[in-house]
Ligand binder design. Sequence first.
Ligand code: NAG
Ligand code: NAG
Ligand code: NAG
Ligand code: NAG
Length: 610
Amino acid sequence: MAFPRRPSAFLRYLIPGALILIGLYALAGPSDLLVTVPTPWRHRYAAGEHPIDWLIKVAEKDFDQKLARESHTLAEAAAAYRKRRGRHPPPGFDKWFEFAQEKEAVIVEDFWDQIYHDLEPFWALPAGRIRKDAWNFEMQINIRNGNATSGSDWFWTKIWLKMIKTFDHLLPDMDLALNAMDEPRMVVPWEQVDEYMRLAHKTRHMARPRDVVSEFSTLPPPGQGPEKDLETPAKEWEGEKHYWLIAQRGCHPKSLARQSPVITNFDTTPLIKSSFALQHMQDGYVWNYTLSTDFCHQSDLQALEGVFVEPLSTSATKVLFPMFGGSKLAVNNEILLPAPMYWNEEERFMGSEGADIPWEEKKDGVIWRGVATGGKNRENNWKSFQRHRFVAMNNATKLNLAETRQMDPVNFALPPKQYGLKAQQATVGALGQWVDKWSDVGFVDLMCGYKGQGKHCNYTDPHYEVMEGMKMAKQFQNKYLPDIDGNSFSGRYLGFLRSTSLPIKATLWREWHDSRLVAWKHFVPMDSRFGDWYGIMEYFLGNAAAELKGHDEVARKIAMNGKDWAAKVLRKEDMQVYVLRLLLEYARVSDERREVMGWVGDLVKGELAP
Ligand SMILES: *[C@@H]1O[C@H](CO)[C@@H](O)[C@H](O)[C@H]1NC(C)=O
Ligand SMILES: *[C@@H]1O[C@H](CO)[C@@H](O)[C@H](O)[C@H]1NC(C)=O
Ligand SMILES: *[C@@H]1O[C@H](CO)[C@@H](O)[C@H](O)[C@H]1NC(C)=O
Ligand SMILES: *[C@@H]1O[C@H](CO)[C@@H](O)[C@H](O)[C@H]1NC(C)=O
């Protein structure tokens, strides 16, 4: 079995170059490039092996390797920390470990990667500036003497406060600035982040154990605030509605996102070409899920995702400051906390009821109900919204019209022939008939850009039916649950994972739990263009009319793996363990003495030293 190799240095330059050419070509040309460009890491398939079979094997191996790195003792956890982070663990690490063990958490250092990704640039900012910026912000949680409080009673803050209060006795003094909006707000230019990372790297070292300070500093009461005279840079909030213009500065200057022409007209059928997905796909399916959620190499997404076209609200800054939030795009600089709805376990997202229906009792079907969110949809931009695209792709009438060339699709593309779908090889119109057998997808509210139309909308009504809402418990009667981003990340994901159905996820959003889930092991990843959607469903369901067998057992297994794993590492206890670790790190990076602070209990006592 061959595993994908990283492209060589030569290819690393060649691929972006080639992609730019392909991108330009794709913008101009009608041909689809899925197979005409060879991927540099071709896998040799055994007879009858499907690309998804192979991706699942890779995922299993990946996951086993992760689990093999589990730490069972404090000394092991500290050693894993030093190896992966290049610093001593923060003060309080022993208390954290004890807490994690009490909560029966699986301790694999990789699970906290997101924390280090989020916090690393802050090592380049003066600690005083971090403290002052946090304390200055409009919405805060303050911790003093092991007591977390907040002056704000905004509902998200209250939920986060409730969570933090469950372990505030373990926390040093600190102030947390919280993002009150749905949308992430910080996009520090790539060049600036790169410079911060360089400076941060210089602070990475391990002080001699006997020089290490193991106490956090204390802060004055929140009312007084730290270092009154310290200047902090103005945030200069930008309200630019065309968020692509803001988001793209977080990408590498040579990336497609920075190099490609900016699209400003969203009143036409968007270009949907799988060539933009080549870097993260293998033979038509997502093989690097993390990369698939990064849009910097996918400049076409500027016209395929509502968030780039026009988010509900924008208030963005280029200035790095320590703001916490529940989700973000790959380029945003917020510090992630678990989203409040996950802590609250709201029924409309979680649907605990029905989550245990046995697989055998479920329909071989796909269900999706949702609101036409994604941003502010309008008469002249809705065709670029992801939920609108997905719902259209599951509409047999539209598919039929497109296949028989009676009407071109207005916001999607028929799947490239390279997927070799049985339904496309049969009679014209068979794709629509086949999809109709298993798909039940529709909007419950069209969220019209004009006021006074209720759930309806004069410009999308001709294209979409307004359907009745459906309880999660009823949705769980289906085996397959696609999960499509709304205004930001999709809040139902955790509920889907915890259920006995199989989530099929396309997203651009990052969340706290990303490094503890493995695509194709715990869920099925899907490209943001959804070009792989029918291929995925054909793999699982087969096509009876064409005598093609599906992989029901494989689907069941991934659904159960996801459920079991969620019950181990996505519990409320795991959120506590994550946030406690995060806040110890945050307190250290905000402390004047941060470079000599740490926990070295294993090294100084000697008895645990390696
Ligand atoms: C925490 O602070 C709040 C507000 O000042 C106060 O009402 C509460 O009693 C304090 N709790 C503890 C445990 O000190
Ligand atoms: C997947 O993409 C990420 C993010 O770009 C990268 O860091 C990682 O090395 C890639 N994984 C593999 C297996 O190539
Ligand atoms: C929808 O209604 C708005 C406001 O009433 C109007 O300006 C617009 O032209 C209408 N669009 C269509 C497609 O009917
Ligand atoms: C499917 O498409 C047809 C034609 O565009 C439309 O009339 C119908 O409402 C759509 N169905 C759904 C469920 O959106």
